[in-house]
Ligand binder design. Structure first.
Ligand code: KG4
Ligand code: ZN
Length: 330
């Protein structure tokens, strides 16, 4: 079964051709980060315009050496969550293709895409815990089966990726700050004191206070390198504690860590060492699959299609539908 997947939930325009037996045939991700960088964050209007401008040329590129459009069996697309202005472009594109080709379209929840992106490189059994750490989310789920998700806990304020980006802004780093903080932290000479908000409060998380403490460290003249490493260590301590707590609660020792922040080199090492010490079965996608891409949408879309789930023609994008609600509807 061949799918064309469309992902436009934020500032990456991504398409993928994927066969459920052969795997990825071709995938393209066009990042808009240079465009948004001078604004210090994603400008929804600009993002929507870029998606509109780039989707058709990207589709032409994708099909250059690949099967004809008419060979596609169904179209997978990100329905929710994301910036509504960006989602609407991808959903309209998927609808137009579905109508023109008379092929069904299959909705995907962006977080479900992140979670099942590990299937690009591994097989994975249920149940497992999924920690999604991205620019928009910091959520822990118990995944009993595909489509059977229980939200266990998450951030009460900023998402961890948002916090990385805000720390980047405080330190005058280019947007998105996450990868720059990661790189600078490698040159740190010492670790500075920072709080670990809500670390002992069950599965609730909070990152906005941490960002304010980082600002104070910077105003006090500490080096950006030391600040970055100290910040990452605090984030690592919090995420590690929450994960261990979720494992204790659920007795599930198979863990998926995914989303843009899971590309962070320090956190990846920490989670690997945690997995060794606690005998966990750990899956983290390779860094290029941690950040937004359409392969993850193709994988999750194919799983949904196999369960006979297609979208009605009048389906509309949703800016913030929870994963549990989505799974109940679709
Ligand atoms: O999953 P993603 O591409 O988009 C959302 O669904 O939000 O995640 C983007 C987030 C951004 O906040 C970005 O700064 C962060 O992932 N990120 C990183 C790294 N690479 C991307 N954060 C820390 N270290 C990295 N290496
Ligand atoms: Zn994402």
């Amino acid at each position: 079964m061949l799918t064309l997947a469309v992902e436009t939930s934020c500032d990456e325009t991504a398409l993928c051709l994927y066969d459920d037996k052969e795997g990825e045939i071709s995938s393209i991700t066009l990042s808009q980060s240079k465009l948004h960088s001078p604004h210090g964050g994603v400008v929804p209007e600009l993002s929507a315009r870029e998606h509109t401008k780039n989707l058709l040329p990207l589709l032409d590129m994708l099909l250059e050496k690949n099967p004809n459009l008419k060979d596609i069996d169904f179209i997978s697309f990100t329905l929710t969550p994301g910036l509504i202005t960006s989602l609407v472009v991808g959903v309209s594109f998927a609808k137009a293709l579905s109508y023109a080709l008379s092929k069904p379209m299959v909705p995907v929840h962006h977080l479900e895409g992140h979670i099942y992106s590990v299937l690009a490189e591994n097989t994975l059994s249920h149940p497992f815990l999924a920690l999604v750490i991205s620019g928009g989310h910091t959520d822990l789920f118990l995944v009993r089966d595909f489509g059977n998700y229980e939200f266990l806990g998450g951030t009460l304020d900023d998402a961890v990726g948002e916090c990385f980006d805000k720390v980047g802004r405080i330190l005058n780093l280019e947007y998105p700050g996450g990868p720059k903080v990661d790189a600078l932290a490698k040159k740190a000479k010492k670790i500075l004191p920072l709080p670990r908000p809500l670390i002992d409060k069950g599965l609730d998380m909070s990152f906005s206070g941490l960002k304010n403490s980082v600002r104070r460290l910077f105003e006090d003249g500490n080096s950006p390198e030391d600040i970055c490493a100290s910040f990452q260590q605090a984030v690592g301590d919090i995420l590690e504690k929450k994960l261990l707590y979720a494992i204790e609660m659920t007795k599930v020792r198979r863990v998926v860590i995914t989303g843009g922040v899971s590309a962070n080199s320090y956190l990846r090492e920490r989670f690997k060492s945690l997995a060794q010490r606690h005998s966990l079965e750990l899956y983290i996608p390779k860094p290029s699959l941690c950040t937004d891409n359409a392969l993850m949408i193709a994988i999750a879309g194919s799983m949904r299609f196999k369960r006979g789930k297609a979208a009605p023609e009048d389906i509309n994008p949703q800016p913030n539908m929870s994963l549990e609600t989505f799974a109940k509807i679709f």
